[in-house]
Design a binder for this molecule. Structure first.
Ligand code: NAG
Ligand code: NAG
Ligand code: NAG
Ligand code: NAG
Ligand code: NAG
Ligand code: CU
Length: 591
């Protein structure tokens, strides 16, 4: 039975279970979800306070508004049925997905986390994807790199600047914990360079597994081919076909996400791939989309029929309301069968124009697209709106080959130049560096690349394994200078203004072609952010198997000029105490 005929089997799109049972405290995907303002604290007619900032560099020297945005979250275990199938996971304030973080550009976030994960207890830590954390590298949320995990029963307050604007997400960085529910959207309001009328808000796209993350990690360790996801979600919803539930508790007709469109209006949608592995292809029946940003970087607008998003990536689009007031359409996101491992790739959500019956089932036809590669849109197409030119020569170039290989004890793992990563939760590298220790010859598994006082860093990444890798760098956006197969010939795409973002999709290799089948990506960034910055594949299962390095920038400044807040040492003392009297079952790389 096709997924559509399965959905159409329901007489109408009224959910058979309550929002509380399916998604807990989350309102995302319901018609009650709020439309977003153009900035916080003003009335809707006031316009953005940033509207005349059009010439300002969006990446450096963000404004400082002095406004603090406080959040208080509790992380605990619970059981929800987002797709009708009852799954016990780990949630923030009892919702799947987690709460939406909002701020204006230049505000300060202050987010207090209470770790109430019990039965069994487990550490946690939260990462704010895409934010630079300039001057606050210890707030980056990666255990073993920037902090000790937050121990069960302990609290931690993350304080950092909303230093870029646009759309992103946060997620736990403790093993693959986020894939069980510890994630949510980030919206930062800033200058608007492409006008729209209605901000629909976050549209989270993610694969979903009915098995707990720990089992998925267990099943993926030592294997190149990772477990298939069970479902695909738009804002945490897509009914599961309960005939496949294998006797587990499952309610049919759990409901799809619903969105309101207005005829004649321009709608902004903030697409976010918040998944574990699946590469998403997003379309809206009967509508064209205009891309205005990739990650936190605005681009010269271009039209697209399909948006490709690998894990960790975001694309902001504007969609014109070309439908009639009573029209309904399907919004769709498919996990690529060509690139990913999926048992049920199709996610659907319903779009209702202003006069449509919101229980009716859309009858619209899908937009066709090609699913024959795993790349992002061509680098030639994605030109940043604000020009930024890389230096003519990088200070330093590192070549990193990424392959799935046996380590010295015969276990197959992901290696970065022959070395797989494993974190030591008890010894965050940033805190060691702050104490003056920047060399770890006895810990090769920390994969530290110390770039000293280099001004810029170029990475040439290669891989011949037949799998794609969304490569993500913390603390920075990077330029994507080039990508392709074989050997890079030194050509840079649009050298005066290359593609610029924080996560880029690396194409899979083709081992049948030998050297010519090697996929490469060339990245470069200014090493202008003293700290220890993870650079890793964002596929949760590859990361668990060690596909990660730590980039250390300006160790002298980390040691001599940075005042680490006391809470960092306290968090380690709490963690040491916890891990001293409990067995911490670090099944994977730890991140
Ligand atoms: C925008 O321009 C007005 C008038 O020139 C000025 O008063 C205001 O401070 C500016 N706002 C920002 C955020 O620059
Ligand atoms: C912590 O989580 C448990 C369930 O895991 C819940 O019963 C308890 O109320 C939570 N504690 C607090 C303080 O909310
Ligand atoms: C090889 O990998 C396995 C699985 O990650 C790990 O348990 C083992 O310690 C590794 N061996 C070495 C020598 O690092
Ligand atoms: C990795 O190991 C292979 C085979 O053992 C060797 O040929 C290659 O030079 C090594 N690469 C690096 C970067 O050390
Ligand atoms: C630096 O830290 C590592 C990891 O704890 C340790 O093995 C090494 O001995 C330390 N180096 C110095 C000089 O203290
Ligand atoms: Cu990968």
């Amino acid at each position: 039975m096709s997924i559509l005929s399965f959905l159409l089997g329901a007489s109408n799109l009224v959910s058979g279970i309550s929002q509380q049972v399916s998604n807990g405290a989350s309102q995302l995907g319901t018609l009650d979800a709020p439309r977003l303002p153009s900035f916080l604290g003003g009335d809707s007619s006031g316009g953005s306070p940033y509207s005349n900032n059009s010439g300002q560099d969006p990446y450096n020297n963000p404004p400082n508004t002095g406004v603090v945005r406080k959040y208080e979250w509790e992380i605990s275990r619970g059981c929800l049925a987002p797709d009708g199938f009852l799954k016990c996971g780990i949630f923030i304030n009892g919702g799947y997905p987690g709460p939406t973080l909002e701020a204006n550009w230049g505000d300060t976030f202050q987010i207090t986390i209470h770790n109430n994960i019990t039965g069994p207890e487990e550490g946690t830590s939260l990462h704010w994807h895409g934010l630079n954390q300039k001057g606050t590298p210890w707030m980056d949320g990666v255990p073993g790199a920037s902090q000790c995990p937050i121990a069960p029963g302990s609290s931690f307050t993350y304080t950092f600047n909303a230093d870029q604007y646009g759309s992103s997400w946060y997620h736990a960085h403790f093993s693959a914990q986020y894939t069980d529910g510890v994630f949510g959207p980030i919206v930062i309001y800033g200058p608007i360079h492409e006008q729209y009328d209605i901000d629909i808000g976050p549209v989270l796209l993610n694969d979903y597994y009915h098995t707990p993350y720990y089992q998925n990690v267990q099943a993926s360790i030592g294997k190149r081919f990772t477990p298939s996801s069970d479902n695909n979600f738009i804002n945490g919803k897509m009914p599961f076909d309960c005939s496949l539930a294998g006797g587990q508790q499952c309610s049919p007709n759990a409901g799809v996400s619903k969105f309101r469109f207005q005829s004649g209006a321009k709608h902004r949608l903030r697409l976010i791939n918040s998944g574990a592995e699946g590469l998403q292809r997003f379309t809206i029946d009967g509508h064209k989309m205009t891309v205005i940003a990739n990650d936190f970087v605005e681009v010269k607008p271009y039209q697209a029929d399909v948006i490709t998003l690998a894990v960790g990536q975001r694309t902001d689009i504007i969609v014109e309301g070309t439908g009639n007031p009573s029209d309904t359409f399907w919004m769709r996101s498919d996990i690529s069968k060509f690139c990913s491992f999926t048992n049920q790739p199709h996610a659907l959500a319903a779009i209702y124009y202003e006069d449509a019956d919101t229980s009716s089932t859309p009858q619209s036809t899908a937009t066709p697209y090609q699913d024959n590669n795993c790349a992002n849109d061509a680098l030639q197409l994605t030109e940043p709106l604000f020009q930024r030119t890389p230096p003519s020569q990088p200070s330093i170039t590192t070549h990193i080959d990424m392959e799935f290989q046996a380590n010295s004890t015969g276990q197959m793992v992901w290696m970065m130049n022959n070395q797989s990563f494993r974190a030591d939760y008890n010894q965050p590298i940033l805190l060691l560096a702050n104490a003056g220790n920047t060399s770890y010859p006895d810990q090769p598994e920390w994969n530290v690349y110390n770039y000293g006082n280099a001004v810029s860093v170029r990475l040439v990444l290669t891989s011949i394994a037949p799998l794609h890798h969304p490569m993500h760098l913390h603390g920075h956006n990077f330029w994507v200078l080039a990508e392709g197969y074989g050997e890079w010939d030194g050509t840079i795409v649009r050298p005066e203004n290359p593609q610029y973002r924080d996560t880029h999709q690396m194409e899979r290799g083709d081992p049948t072609k030998g050297q010519a089948g090697q996929s490469y990506v060339v990245l470069e960034w200014l090493a202008d952010n003293p700290g220890v910055w993870p650079m890793h594949c964002h596929i949760a299962w590859h990361l668990s198997s060690g596909m990660y390095i730590n980039v250390m920038e300006h160790p002298d400044q980390i040691q001599n000029e940075m005042q680490v807040p006391d809470i960092m040492a306290q968090t380690c003392r709490d963690w040491w105490q916890f891990s001293g009297s409990n067995v911490v079952d670090q099944i994977d790389s730890g991140v």
